[in-house]
Ligand binder design. Structure first.
Ligand SMILES: [Zn+2]
Length: 225
């Protein structure tokens, strides 16, 4: 009780916080180059391109034993393993099913715990949704978006919180699969792209929905604290 009262008082004081920007991925269709840049927090979280199936010509990529890298903005060992998640209003039913399957895959790792629920200021949350955007520039088809949004609270209450989002593009409904949902959730949880073909974080869609040992190691690095 005393603890609770203290928390309320502190809430009235100014919490100092700063937010780190969400990551944006850009990627060319053939899988040759990948770049990461940063946008302001308010801008659409993480954009990345998933090219048409099996279009990668990357030659030297072999399964890596190193942990899948994390997004630069994601701290190591600071985030709680528990997340709530919710679907944005009007999220397409098929997209909900794909994300639900992907959420189960992550829950089975016992590294993170994702449960339905509303967002909280000091707790991790995932917002899942669908959208429609047709590529008009002749570049790679974008199947989904996903990324973390990290806020670090300092001062009275110390917390590092991820309010992430992941979306699937209904303009390419027939190409959507669980693998893409797993990939976008991976970004939301903090994983970056991997050059290993067996990684769910390989940038182009190869229909890999099983987290590789490197992917699991990458998640553990973020969530073990
Ligand atoms: Zn990606």
């Amino acid at each position: 009780m005393r603890k609770h009262r203290g928390w309320i008082v502190l809430l009235c004081c100014a919490f100092l916080y700063f937010s780190l920007p969400a990551a944006v991925h850009t990627r060319v269709a053939d899988g040759v180059s990948a770049a990461v840049s940063w946008v302001k927090r308010q801008v659409a979280p993480s954009a990345e391109k998933a090219a048409p199936h099996q279009s990668s010509t990357t030659s030297a990529s072999t399964a890596s034993t190193a942990a899948t890298a994390k997004e630069a903005i994601v701290p190591t060992g600071k985030l709680a393993a528990r997340y709530t998640y919710s679907f944005a209003p009007h999220t397409d039913r098929t997209v909900q099913q794909l994300f639900t399957a992907a959420l189960n895959i992550y829950n089975q790792t016992d590294i993170v715990k994702l449960t339905p629920g509303s967002t909280g200021q000091f707790t991790n949350h995932l917002t899942l949704s669908s959208y429609q955007k047709v590529q008009t520039n002749g570049e790679a088809v974008i199947l989904g978006l996903g990324g973390p949004q990290i806020t670090r609270w300092t001062g009275a209450k110390q917390a590092t919180v991820n309010h992430a989002s992941a979306r699937l593009n209904l303009a390419y409904r027939s190409r959507l699969n669980v693998a893409t949902a797993v990939h976008e959730l991976g970004h939301a949880l903090g994983l970056a792209h991997s050059t290993a073909p067996d990684s769910v974080m390989f940038p182009t869609d190869r229909n890999v929905s099983k987290l590789s040992p490197a992917d699991l190691a990458g998640l553990r690095a973020i969530y073990s604290r």
